[in-house]
Design a protein. Structure first.
Lengths: 509, 326, 147
């Protein structure tokens, strides 16, 4: 313990030294900008700015890149709440209740809760990272394809809780999303599926154009032509801050989101966006008034935003403790380390204590910086809403196109956004929920790959799922959850139509 | 008469100067170096020092653009179909030879063909190395191969994807040593490494730089390399050639290409520039940090290397054929 | 009577059938070794089932005509502008494309004054370019005249 404190002091001495502090600040600012801009998320931000760090030494470079990562997570909620455009893919869930809160005039409250939730989650998860990195990392490595498959099937259950309307419609949307995720090269055999000769579709339709199109563009399409333009909201200063009730409502979701996000973030290969989806579903399940969700429930903002941020720290666990890239973003950070001559690996913590502890300390500092940056900005951003809509939306449109294009320098992505925008518009008219589609697009390739890899590992034996303890436990939990929800149906006597839908879902799994 | 001759002389001089001037004037605009892989990967990390040094030498901005997708096919197709004016270059990995063959197997029109490129220079050529976990029973490559021969299809290995570089390396070994292994594809080199570290697969063919820290930490053991000679960073690791399997030769190489049809003078200028790039101390320093030795080949030498490699890989891909789904 | 649910059900059903049709070219594989067509076929069948369920039991839905489509022309114009942007982005360069798109949206569709249109169009196009290309070093396409 004392050694940890000693190391932490060493880390702070590094992190608070003016040059390092400056780079952390720059990283946070850039990250916030990147996060606010639609579509461009932390991965794009870090990748694009990686070359700019080549001239710096390793610690400064890593600190700046981490700042961008964090900042993007903070900033992503801003456009989600204010304009229902996901600042980055993981902020999709915030679009739902955050925007609803904004429409009710509680935009400032939503932004503030998102910022504070992100701060709590960020700080707590860094503490966890500090103490638990090595043992957690070894645990995380034991997640192989069978464990993934079980976990992702559990994730599918989440879909059931995401709909505020008819269950069947939500499931139909989820299936549609899963199908869309099938586009691209089949990683197991090399076949191009549903790509029709467009090489850019080889990696599938990205989640960014889908999210921005389904939520952001469709919102513009539906609202821009209205005869009565949306009322310009002019909040007073007192209305900018959350009420006491809202703080109370946000409390538990923030803590739950933190723990959930961290655990999901540790697992190599899990995407951030899954943590916010799961948090949303959990909050909905545990809420006393679940029908609030979709209409501006505070928990629907607090939970996912916290989960988001703590998943960030979770993702660093395997990277720092073992030198294992747990996802595309840690992979880029590992590359940044390699370029600076720091070889990541299990010995990193021992060999480069200044780097590791300086990094941890700068994460604390970064969180504080971002909180200070974001809270006053709430007022600034909310004022953006005062611009009359006919002048506002063309600007938003430009940023959407720009953001989606910038991720891959690909015009095909812009086309995908266009198509999904049209689809989102139609879905709104026909009263379907777009959120399950986004989750489906992400989960489909992962579930399929995990299943087929597991079968490849076991030479076709399905028994592999039962011979590995973690996988079996997860599957058992899944079965239990399904049984529990079916039981509650029976005892509460749901509408017989809904029961059919639930039974269908049970069979599908 | 004399005036006419002077005029003709001046005109001739002007024409010659004009042509020479046109040659001298490349490059007049910023150049784009396309890296067909995502940032942080081998291609990207090699492309950036190359671009930085080229910029110094050609005195014009050289920007790296990541055009990713389809295991590199998107970026490669982009350069193949761009105007061959010398302003769009490609930093390709060995997959440039694999992708068109894979397309042929599936009967689809190839995204691009190798003939659409004009090679400029080879920059690095890392042989892959066979690694297993430290706890596994095989201490030498020979033990591994013998075990694989006794238990066909039981030993598993991960790769970065079907027909990817890490898969093809193993495929060449399987053919050379007459063994059958169990292939578990992953979505990229990172996940493939994670898989073996987590004990989910038994073996991996990997580029040396990424596994070096794990070898040093004692988590992985290197059995043999696919190179012609032993690797400088791993001098105790024998090559498959030494062990009697000369057909198991595979490099993850990186080279700079331009579109075919780029005018000769521009190509010459680029080749000269590349010669200077590999002599640049900044470039050397960057590659050192990446633990990637510089292997420089140009002209005839590069062409021969490239052709031989392409032939090997094409044969390997055809042997792998379409993945069986019974 | 065509309700929203039935319209959606038909659309989803058609999509499911199209997917099934397209998957014929891919090998199906077996339960122990699923091929590339396995998941798509499974999902398409599930979608078909859900489409039927939505059509029959989807809950309350309104007549298709009752849904407010009043803004469709506006939406079509916006989509058209986006399509233009997608086509022109790499040909005309970022700034020119965006300036034209913005000018069209603000000036023609929203019918704001000439001064407002020009200022906003140029400012947003140039400003966003500055932010991304120059400051953040995100390469944006340049068109003729280096724009």
């Amino acid at each position: 313990m004392t050694e940890t404190v000693h190391n932490l002091l060493l880390g702070f001495s590094v992190a608070l030294s003016p040059p390092v502090l400056l780079y952390a600040f720059v990283g946070c600012v850039v990250g916030t900008i990147v996060g606010v801009l639609p579509g461009v998320g932390p991965l794009a931000g870090i990748s694009l700015l990686l070359p700019a760090t080549f001239g710096l030494d390793a610690t400064k470079a890593i600190v700046m890149l981490a700042g961008i990562y964090y900042g993007a997570m903070y900033g992503g909620s801003t456009t989600s709440i204010l304009m229902r455009i996901p600042g980055e893919a993981a902020s999709v869930m915030t679009c739902i209740d955050g925007y609803a809160m904004a429409r009710k005039g509680r935009a400032g409250a939503a932004l503030a809760i998102a910022a504070v939730g992100s701060y709590v989650a960020g700080t707590v998860s860094v503490v966890a990272l500090m103490f638990l990195a090595p043992p957690l990392a070894s645990f995380a490595l034991r997640f192989g394809p069978p464990e993934y498959f079980a976990l992702l099937i559990l994730g599918l259950l989440v879909l059931a809780y995401m709909s505020s309307g008819s269950m069947v419609k939500a499931l139909a949307m989820a299936t549609l999303g899963l199908l869309l995720g099938m586009i691209g090269i089949d990683q197991m055999t090399g076949y191009f599926r549903f790509a029709y000769g467009v090489v850019e579709l080889g990696d599938g339709i990205g989640v960014v154009p889908v999210a921005v199109g389904l939520f952001g563009l469709s919102e513009i399409l539906a609202t821009a032509g209205q005869e009565t333009p949306p009322a310009v909201i002019k909040p007073t200063l007192r209305e900018l801050l959350p009420s006491r009730q809202e703080w109370k409502d946000a409390n538990w979701p923030i803590w739950r989101g933190t723990v959930l996000g961290f655990l999901i973030g540790i697992i190599p290969g899990s995407a951030h966006i899954i943590s916010s989806f799961v948090s949303y579903a959990v909050e909905r399940r545990l809420a006393r008034r679940p029908e609030e969700f979709g209409q501006g429930a505070v928990a629907g903002v607090a939970g996912p935003e916290s989960a988001n941020n703590s998943a960030t720290s979770g993702a660093f666990v395997p990277m720092l403790a073992l030198g294992v890239p747990s996802g595309p973003i840690p992979a880029v950070m590992l590359a940044a380390m390699m370029v600076h001559g720091v070889s990541p690996g299990p010995l990193l913590i021992k060999q480069q204590p200044e780097l590791f502890w300086g990094f941890i300390a700068s994460m604390y500092v970064g969180n504080v910086v971002l909180l200070i940056l974001n809270l006053p900005l709430v007022g600034v951003f909310v004022n953006l809403l005062r611009v009359p809509y006919p002048l506002l939306y063309p600007g938003i449109l430009v940023f959407c196109i720009l953001g989606v294009y910038a991720v891959n320098s690909s015009v095909v992505d812009v086309w995908i956004m266009l198509v999904m925008g049209l689809v989102g518009y139609l879905l709104r008219k026909l009263e379907f929920e777009p959120a399950p589609i986004v989750l489906g697009v992400i989960l489909a390739p992962m579930i399929e790959m995990a299943l087929r890899q597991s079968l490849a590992m076991s030479d076709g034996q399905y028994a592999i799922f039962l011979t590995r303890p973690i996988a079996t436990t997860l599957l058992a939990v899944g079965v239990l959850l399904v049984l529990l929800s079916l039981k509650s149906l029976v005892t509460h006597g749901f509408d017989w139509r809904e029961r059919i839908a639930m039974a269908e879902k049970g069979e599908e799994l | 008469m004399r005036r006419a001759r002077v005029l003709v002389g001046v005109a001739a001089l002007a024409v010659v100067a004009g042509i020479a001037g046109a040659q001298e004037s490349y490059p007049t605009r910023p150049i784009t170096l396309v890296a067909p892989f995502p940032p942080g990967g081998v291609a990207d990390l090699t492309a950036r020092p190359v671009a930085a040094s080229l910029e110094k030498i050609l005195k014009t901005p050289v920007g790296v653009v990541n055009k990713t997708g389809a295991a590199g096919a998107v970026g490669m197709q982009y350069v193949a179909t761009s105007r061959p004016d010398g302003y769009t270059l490609l930093l390709a990995l060995s997959s440039i030879s694999i992708i068109p063959e894979a397309d042929k197997i599936f009967g689809r029109p190839p995204a691009f063909t190798v003939e659409q490129f004009a090679p400029i220079a080879l920059v690095s050529a890392d042989p892959t190395v066979l690694v297993v976990r430290a706890e596994s029973p095989w201490k030498t490559a020979r033990e591994f191969i013998e075990d694989a021969q006794k238990r066909p299809g039981q030993i598993s290995y991960s790769s970065s994807g079907v027909y990817g570089t890490l898969h093809m390396a193993m495929a060449l070994l399987e053919h050379a040593a007459n063994v059958k292994l169990r292939h578990v594809p992953y979505a990229g080199a990172g996940p493939a490494l994670t898989a073996i570290l987590g004990g989910h697969v038994d073996a991996l063919a990997s580029g040396p730089a990424v596994v070096l820290p794990h070898l040093k930490a004692g988590k992985l053991r290197a059995l043999a390399g696919w190179g012609e000679a032993r690797m400088a960073s791993l001098p105790d690791v024998p090559t498959f050639k030494e062990l009697g399997y000369p057909d198991a030769e595979f490099y993850i190489w990186a080279g700079v290409f331009a579109g075919k049809g780029t005018p000769e003078p521009i190509l010459t200028r680029l080749r000269d520039a590349m010669r200077q790039v590999v002599a640049d101390p900044d470039f050397k320093g960057a590659m050192d940090k990446l633990e990637t030795p510089i292997v420089f080949k140009q002209g005839e030498e590069f062409q021969r290397f490239f052709d031989a490699d392409a032939r090997r890989l094409a044969a390997g891909v055809r042997r792998v054929g379409r993945i069986e789904t019974k | 009577m065509l309700t929203t649910n039935r319209a959606a059900a038909v659309a989803l059903g058609v999509l499911a059938v199209v997917v099934l049709f397209e998957s014929r070219k891919l090998p199906l594989g077996s339960l122990h070794n699923p091929g590339p067509a396995y998941m798509p076929v499974l999902l398409a069948l599930a979608l078909l089932v859900f489409a039927i369920l939505v059509g029959a039991y989807g809950g309350a839905s309104r007549a298709l005509g009752a849904v407010g489509w009043s803004e469709w022309r506006h939406a079509a114009a916006i989509l058209g502008t986006c399509a233009f942007a997608a086509i022109a982005l790499e040909r005309l360069g970022y700034r020119l494309t965006m300036a034209i798109a913005l000018g069209f949206l603000i000036g023609v569709i929203e019918r704001q004054g000439v001064f407002v249109t020009l200022t906003l169009a140029v400012a947003l196009a140039a400003g966003s370019y500055l932010l991304f290309d120059t400051l953040l070093r995100v390469p944006l396409p340049r068109g003729p005249f280096g724009l």
